[in-house]
Design a protein around this ligand. Sequence first.
Ligand code: SF4
Ligand code: SF4
Length: 338
Amino acid sequence: MREIRCLQEWFIRWVQKNIKTTTTKNPEKKELDDRLRAKPELCSPETPTYNPIDSNIAIANFKFLAELNHLVEGKSNPSKVPVDPEKISWRIEELALYYGAKHAKTVKMRDYHYYSHRGRQLEHYGEEIKELLPYGIAFTVEMKREAVEKAPATPEIIESSRAYVEAAIIGMQLAYFIRELGYKARVHMDANYLVITTLVAQDAGIGVIGRHGLLITPKYGPLVRLGVVTTDMPLTPGKKLEIEIHEFCNVCGLCATTCPGRAIPERDREFIDGELRWQIDQEKCYEFWRNVGTDCGVCIKHCPFGKGIDILELEKPEYSKEPSKLLRKYLNKNKNPN
Ligand code: SF4
Ligand code: SF4
């Protein structure tokens, strides 16, 4: 059977988190595991969204990504160029934007950014992640709204696979440059992440995480794919965005009410592992993907950010105090687009 993998961030997180909790340790997961295994792979001919031309565009992109995978790490130039952390941070952010990124920020890496063990790559599956490089560059690439509007259908998965390719290539360009300067650099790309990119990008100051578990960014909202390069080259960390998204998400809830997999909580945030947050039901989400044959994206499609309102509007006093006013503005605009 053709193998194709195109998992969104939270599912990758779920897979990696569950490496140590197999169905042997969690027999109650066996039924779900068996059920998922029995379903056709994403983009395969047995899925309801299959199209012999379009589905193969996505498959081609994922195959290309698989062949790039061995380039995530590489040898550094033995002679090191001394760098000023502030200047090189600015330079590398500019370079990422020049290569096509929509946002780029440097960050100090924290232990909680890293997964504990590796996933996806069979040859390294379950290995402990030991080398935690201390700095990172987080960046975004755009996902085109016209394609995401068609979710959950093949144009969306073509677009997400295209964006994964773009993010991988920008990450490689940055990593090759850093290695030329004599420092270590590791690209985190589709099917080969050692870090939780949403957390890294949020701490870098690129955006904030919404109810749907995705990063919401200025101008593009959640219509982005994330890339991260980690390094031992000293960098100056960016500043986190001080935007309170939770109140807005509390009154909005559009991602939760439209999620076809019923995977996004409609209730308020809860304490999970000592942190007040929303938790997506990754298993329900992934089961929906397998039912439909694509990586869905309906929650991205319905999020008002990047679809008429900008997350930065929440910094304005009239909306920061009363986020429901901003939501009303969005809903009215969409009712009367002219
Ligand atoms: S809308 Fe629901 S099922 Fe679809 S990707 Fe988002 S969380 Fe998953
Ligand atoms: S759709 Fe609404 S509730 Fe969901 S993340 Fe976006 S703003 Fe928050």
